[in-house]
Design a protein around this ligand. Structure first.
Ligand SMILES: [Zn+2]
Length: 316
């Protein structure tokens, strides 16, 4: 774990040297959008010239004369915020060990709450989408997991109301170290949900280690093997070695998310909060690289309106 905890990442000084000015952020987006140089979205022509209209950097195609702004069709499009604010937000979301809430973001980068909400949700959506292709393989510990609704005196664990159920899954290697994780919101713990989750998230022939919860047998429908560890009358065993990593990672996730968000909108957007945590977890070996990868993904993602962000649920 030390290798992960003591890696350098990007210092504030390094960040400011690279992305402290609007022109530097523009150059980074241009590079991420068109790694081979500008290409006209209409005719694919490469010959162009650039000019500015106010703060907008505009590319005009020499062949068909179509004008394209730098941020058109990206998540930065129609945002009134300077790109430096977006980059500061991406720096905070990737280099900070803990989650950054919308309220903290608002304070740290100095924007309104709605602006911080839009930036944070757009970036969480990108992280969620980037993680949608993640498949676990080899040996994978899984567990039924819940977030939210943890009021004192309320019921705990399975069956509680107002909780968001999700599957927590952690892949371990030969030395029994955790490698990658998947946290997937489910409607319920049913055979159908587990089957479609296993098709999406597991490579066939994965060895799935789970407790006795009936629905987990359905991983066999996706060609996986199940090692079922029956716990007995105790509701959960945190002491069983075969569940060490899924218990540890799930515990850390709960602490991070419940500690930061107190989220009233948690149920609706749980897939994004889980996606953000999963994104950071699965890239924790390369903290420094996480920022440039997020910048690239953000520059290549399509635009998202606030209405869409507020409606969008995950596909589960
Ligand atoms: Zn053109």
């Amino acid at each position: 774990m030390n290798r992960i905890q003591f890696q350098k990442g990007i210092s504030l000084n390094q960040f400011l040297a690279r992305y402290g000015y609007e022109e530097q952020c523009e150059a980074a987006i241009e590079d991420a959008r068109w790694p081979e140089g500008f290409q006209c979205p209409k005719c694919s022509g490469k010959q162009h010239y650039c000019y500015r209209r106010g703060n907008l950097k505009i590319f005009q195609c020499c062949n068909c004369r179509k004008q394209t702004t730098l941020t058109e069709g990206t998540i930065f499009h129609s945002s009134k915020l300077p790109l430096t604010i977006w980059f500061q937000t991406m720096f905070l979301l990737t280099q900070n060990k803990n989650n950054v809430s919308i309220l903290e973001l608002r304070r740290l980068v100095g924007v309104s709450y709605p602006a911080a909400w839009r930036m944070k949700h757009k970036l969480m959506q990108i992280m969620y989408e980037q993680e949608s292709e993640t498949r676990l393989s080899g040996r994978v510990e899984i567990d039924d997991a819940y977030l939210g609704g943890e009021h004192p005196g309320g019921k705990a664990g399975r069956g509680s109301e107002n909780k968001v159920p999700f599957i927590a899954a952690v892949q371990t290697n030969d030395r029994n170290n955790p490698q990658y994780a998947v946290f997937s919101k489910v409607r319920s713990f049913s055979s159908g949900e587990v089957t479609s989750w296993a098709h999406r998230s597991l490579v066939p022939a994965t060895l799935v280690v789970s407790d006795g919860l009936w629905c987990f047998r359905s991983v066999a429908n996706a060609g996986c093997d199940q090692q079922r560890e029956v716990i007995g009358s105790a509701r959960k065993s945190t002491s069983m070695e075969c569940f060490t990593w899924v218990n540890t990672v799930y515990g850390n996730l709960k602490t991070a998310i419940n500690g930061t968000y107190h989220a009233f909108d948690f149920q609706k957007y749980a897939h994004r909060y889980l996606g953000e945590y999963q994104y950071r977890f699965n890239r924790r070996f390369d903290l420094a690289g996480m920022l440039s990868r997020l910048i690239r993904a953000a520059a290549q993602a399509g635009k998202m309106t606030e209405g869409w962000l507020r409606l969008a649920d995950d596909q589960c």
